[in-house]
Design a protein around this ligand. Sequence first.
Ligand code: AMP
Length: 420
Amino acid sequence: MSAPKIKAPRGTFDVLGEQAEARALLETRARSILEGAGYERIETPVFEATELFARGVGESTDIVRKEMFTLEDGAGRSLTLRPEGTAPVCRAYVEHGMHKRRQPVKLWYLSSFFRHERAQAGRYREFWQVGAEALGSEDPVVDAESILLLATLLSEMGVKGVRLRLSSLGGADSRAAYRERLQAYLHEHEESLSEDVRSRIDLNPLRAFDSEHAGTRRVMESAPRLLDHIGSEDAEHFAHVQELLSVANVAYEIDSTLVRGLDYYTRTVFEFTSDALGAQSGVGGGGRYDGLVQKLGGPPTPGMGWAAGVERILLAGDRQPAAVRAPELFVALADGARGQRRLAAFALLGAARSAGLRAQMELSGRSLKGQLGHAGALGARYAAIVENGETVLRDMQTGGQERIATDTVVHAVLRGLRDL
Ligand code: AMP
């Protein structure tokens, strides 16, 4: 009787072969684009104090209300698997006194995140994001450059049907005044709103713009828009961001209904979508969060950043991962009397790798014929059939072979590859 199988939890996935290659390619591209622009890699812990997200992301957000995986450590402290990356990066900025460095401090990450969401195509409970944060400058150039970097990454990954939506949420003052205006409007139309939106008029009225409920959508068409009520400095900042994006040839649409699901945003907000994705069309987005560092106990520090979903970039992208790299040398064992030959073959494998060759060795006790078939299936360029002091070196492309001293095999392979 076999033991019952255990499956990976709902909303999670394994990364296998080709996918691992595709993800590695994305990481290489992200590193080259972001480090080229002066961003340094940061990795924060998988779990943080729950308080960080409650305070940073906001008590009224869906993420904090419904989507966090929270656990307790032995001492009764509440910990949460990170649902997003900006609050942890700001926490690290404060904790390591990064405000004393030259500003802005620019950091990027590629990490896993956890949200207890309804799992479906493109939406998982553990997913990966590549993200970039610039802390310590409120210059609109930071906003435009940040958006441009994500646009570049999406384009290099061949993401199809990309659209960029852009808006400004203004500063904290105009947002508070607007919030009241919107609340009054929502109360006036309460009977047409969805249950969910109605229950959150006081808590988080802005989320009404995200609702898919038909009645709510109709009401929201004529709702007052935050973009029409932002202060003059915020409007000027936003105008600069738009000019800079135009100069950089980044196409965008102004969308005054764009509200992001997190409380910390101020001024610029943006989202990239792809037509190649289904219902979950967001590939990446972000914005400014000028009050967040201070909210987490740091000095007043402006910030701007984004995160993009790794799985969604790959779903919407057309970059084929390089085939898993074929060995240059496959070390096979001649049939019979294996003991000594195995030692000689293993030594040859080590020598080949030290010389920088991609080399593999027979690991499954196949017959010689089986081994050569396997080497062919792997796409090996050469196969070395080790006898004792001698080895038959076979060119897998031409089928030609020669018998040479085992200790000259590496040399012969290197020479053969160079002469190609
Ligand atoms: P957010 O932090 O919600 O702004 O998300 C930024 C990006 O991360 C989105 O545009 C998606 O590409 C990706 N993302 C967010 N949540 C999920 C999820 N549950 N599963 C897969 N990707 C996600």
